[in-house]
Design a protein around this ligand. Structure first.
Ligand SMILES: C[S@@+](CC[C@H](N)C(=O)[O-])C[C@H]1O[C@@H](n2cnc3c(N)ncnc32)[C@H](O)[C@@H]1O
Length: 194
């Protein structure tokens, strides 16, 4: 992942992650690479989560908490499965996911959970690698079973932007890059009346 990270992802994270505001939940945080990009001034609470919490994530979260002055329980680390978040409806203003929906077993179910825990007008900030929307997409479809078997969980041919819309979130800002391998942007949960 490193060359891609160096070339494209850092700039995308730098542009999108600071948009997280209010009560924020990050899913599938991995080693906590996004923590360097949050704008602490916009955050009331930050819950950083993954299915399994790595040592690196714990260290980075602790360092971020000190640096950002997120004391008194404003920064939480949680072991969470994206399929079943266990929070009441409308708990968060922002959910952040980066390179997670390529891996979750049931993206529709996980996105339904994201929608449920967002408040009306709450936002999903996302960066995902997806099936290219050009002729190489067919090649990627053929390679995916081998890739999935080799990585144990990752898929390179999902249409995550469409899955986000199908979950009832409105794509607000969306861009493709990296030869259309990456989709990134913000999706909004409609308010009750819209
Ligand atoms: C490719 S890593 C991405 C890590 C990080 N978000 C990033 O941008 O570098 C995918 C992460 O999703 C997590 N993950 C996969 N399935 C999950 C699930 N069902 N619930 C929560 N996290 C999950 C994995 O544990 C892993 O940390």
């Amino acid at each position: 992942m490193y060359p891609l990270e160096a070339v494209a992802l850092r700039a995308i994270r730098r542009r999108l992650i600071p948009r997280a505001s209010g009560d924020v939940l990050e899913l599938g945080a991995g080693t906590g690479v996004n923590l360097a990009y949050y704008d602490a001034g916009r955050i009331r609470t930050l819950t950083v989560s993954d299915r399994e919490l790595s040592q690196r994530l714990r260290q980075r979260a602790r360092a971020f908490g000190h640096r950002a002055g997120l004391a008194n329980g404003r920064l939480q680390l949680r072991e969470l499965d994206a399929h079943s978040l266990g929070y009441p409806d409308g708990s968060f203003d922002t959910v952040v996911v980066t390179h997670v929906f390529c891996s979750v077993a049931d993206p529709a179910r996980a996105l339904a959970e994201v929608r449920r825990v967002l408040r009306p007008r709450g936002r999903l900030v996302f960066i995902e690698h997806v099936r290219p929307d050009d002729p190489t997409g067919h090649l990627v479809d053929r390679v995916n079973p081998v890739w999935h078997a080799a990585t144990g969980e990752c898929n390179i041919n999902r249409d995550t932007a469409q899955a986000i819309e199908r979950a009832g979130l409105r794509l607000h800002v969306v861009r493709r890059s990296g030869h259309s391998f990456l989709v990134h942007g913000v999706a909004v949960k409609p308010s009750e009346e819209s």
